[in-house]
Design a binder for this molecule. Structure first.
Ligand code: NAD
Length: 502
């Protein structure tokens, strides 16, 4: 039976009224399992109105009491993590342990956000003039919106909502229409944790819902994560409507392997970071850059062996290392890239374009084998564009300098990694490479919650990163007060020049 999902507005599930629905699939089975309502502008306006009504009282609550609501929410999520992870995997296709990781990395940021009484402290300068003190405080923006992608349906909504709510904002989430059930459940858990109705809402939908949020004058800020063209569109449209925006986009993450690297470690890192979650991670490694022909030959040989042995299967099967892709369209898109790589002359060392489960009971799932290309060049489409699937391209570099320039000159600049035992090379690389996040012998350098996450170039539009101290800056505005109390011993006359520190 196909379930019918809802929105979550003003503290309760609300049925869609637009008459428009989108399918939600179970990628492991390749079957539609639910229908998600696609909101009209009027339904989005209802969610924004509920948020605007609830926000002032939430902002007035002292920060410690707001933090306590978040702390209770964290406990509730942890208490039902197993069922949440199964729900997440059933709509996304990632394995159950990986779905646990999705939820845990989201909770990391919620935990960071419970430190809000400390994080919100302002600045104070005593006696900057006779009897004059200056202080600044951080105030919430009001109602803010989050627009999130399919590939981390728990983590990314929580990365945005945690700091936003802690700072005293109300939050309207427009999650991906491909896996909306976990965000809907999170909304119920917020409510159970004591969040006042309307402070966190979920409106499901597509471009119509997004445009309604981007043009609503009551929305003060928009946090977006998704593909780069949409990120740029959201950034420009939000800015044109006077909103603050931070929009994170696609990626092409390189992993450089120096001749002195521990090759076994590099191969294991590449297999996990390249093919984990079927390559559907913005921090997935999609390009391996071995330095020197000998390193390249050894790497490709060992990697190919490991890639051929990957266990591909349903997300709920404990033996599965790599689950299905999110949709049939994603499978078709990745197959098209594999064909284009072959047409443009790359060497397809491991060909994963077939469904490895074809003919079995799971044969209708959205499965692809893992693919490995060697002798890829920067001119090829499979190098220039984000594939977002289980495909790794090997680009051979003659020397360190060439390896450094590849990620630095790529139009994306999310993450990058270098594997080496040489500290001076690692230091030079971390300082000079032109990307936002760098790993040294770490393949997926997603920063911990109390640092910030953000890519450069076409991987990120806006000037503040996600989570960490930047998230507090993004979700608050600074007010600065210059104050003097009447002092009977001082009698001043009107001055017609700008005050200076004489
Ligand atoms: P997507 O761009 O298709 O969708 C993201 C969001 O935008 C969804 O909520 C979707 O409903 C909405 N959207 C889609 N088309 C739209 C349009 N024309 N106008 C307005 N809104 C629209 O991305 P996706 O396929 O869900 O996610 C995968 C992408 O996200 C990849 O490119 C991946 O690299 C990127 N991503 C980036 C990060 C990061 O931090 N940089 C993290 C995760 C994912």
């Amino acid at each position: 039976m196909i379930r019918e999902l809802t929105h979550y507005i003003g503290g309760k599930p609300v049925a869609g009224t637009s008459g428009q629905f989108g399918p939600v699939y179970d990628p492991s089975a390749g079957q539609e399992q639910a229908r998600v309502p696609l909101a009209s502008r009027a339904e989005v306006a209802d969610a924004v109105a509920a948020a605007a009504a609830a926000q002032p009282a939430w902002a007035r609550l002292n920060p410690q009491r707001r933090a306590r609501v978040l702390a209770r929410f964290i406990e509730l999520v942890r208490a039902e993590k197993d069922s949440l992870a199964r729900l997440l995997a059933s709509e996304h296709g990632k394995t159950i342990p990986d779905a646990h990781g999705d939820i845990e990395r989201g909770l990391d940021v919620m935990e960071f956000a419970t430190g809000i009484p400390h994080l919100l402290k302002g600045e104070y300068s005593d006696a900057v003039g006779t009897g004059i003190d200056v202080y600044s405080m951080r105030q919430p923006l009001g109602v803010v919106a989050g627009i999130t992608p399919f590939n981390f349906p728990a983590m990314i909504p929580l990365w945005k909502a945690g700091p936003a709510l802690a700072c005293g904002n109300a939050f309207v989430l427009k999650p991906s229409e491909r896996d909306p059930s976990v965000p809907l459940r999170l909304a119920e858990l917020f409510e159970e944790a004591g969040l006042p109705p309307g402070v966190f809402s979920v409106v499901n939908g597509d471009k119509i819902a997004v445009d309604a949020l981007l043009t609503d004058p009551r929305i003060q800020a928009v946090g977006f994560v998704g593909s780069s063209d949409i990120a740029q569109y959201v950034y420009a449209t939000a800015a044109a409507h006077g909103k603050r925006a931070q929009c994170f986009g696609g990626a092409k993450n390189h992993l450089v392997i120096m001749p002195d690297a521990d090759l076994d470690q590099a191969v294991e890192a590449l297999v996990g970071a390249g093919y984990g979650s079927a390559g559907e991670r913005c921090m997935a490694i999609s390009v391996a850059v071995p330095v020197g022909e000998a390193t390249a030959d050894a790497l490709v040989e060992r990697l190919a062996e490991r890639v051929r042995a990957l266990r591909i299967g349903p997300s709920f099967d404990e033996a599965t290392e790599v689950g299905p892709l999110v949709s049939a369209a994603a499978v078709a898109r990745v197959r098209d890239y594999i064909r284009s790589g072959v047409d443009e002359g790359a060497r397809l060392v491991v060909d994963g374009h077939e469904n490895p489960l074809a003919g079995t009971e799971h044969g209708h799932g959205f499965y692809l084998g893992a693919s490995l290309f060697d002798r890829v060049t920067p001119a090829m489409r499979i190098y220039r564009e984000e594939i977002f699937g289980p495909v790794v391209s090997v680009v051979r570099a003659a020397d360190y300098e060439e390896a450094l320039q590849l990620p630095s000159q790529h139009e994306y600049g999310n993450g990058v990694a270098i594997f080496t035992r040489d500290g001076s090379i690692a230091r030079d690389f971390t300082h000079r490479v032109n990307t936002g996040m760098v790993g040294v012998n770490v393949p997926i350098p997603v920063p911990i919650a109390y640092h910030t996450f953000g890519g450069w170039k076409r991987s990120g539009f806006g000037d503040l990163n996600q989570h960490g101290p930047d998230s507090i800056r993004f979700y608050t505005k600074t007010k600065t007060v210059t104050s003097r109390w009447p002092d009977v011993s001082v009698r001043e006359q009107a001055s017609f020049v700008i005050p200076t520190m004489k």
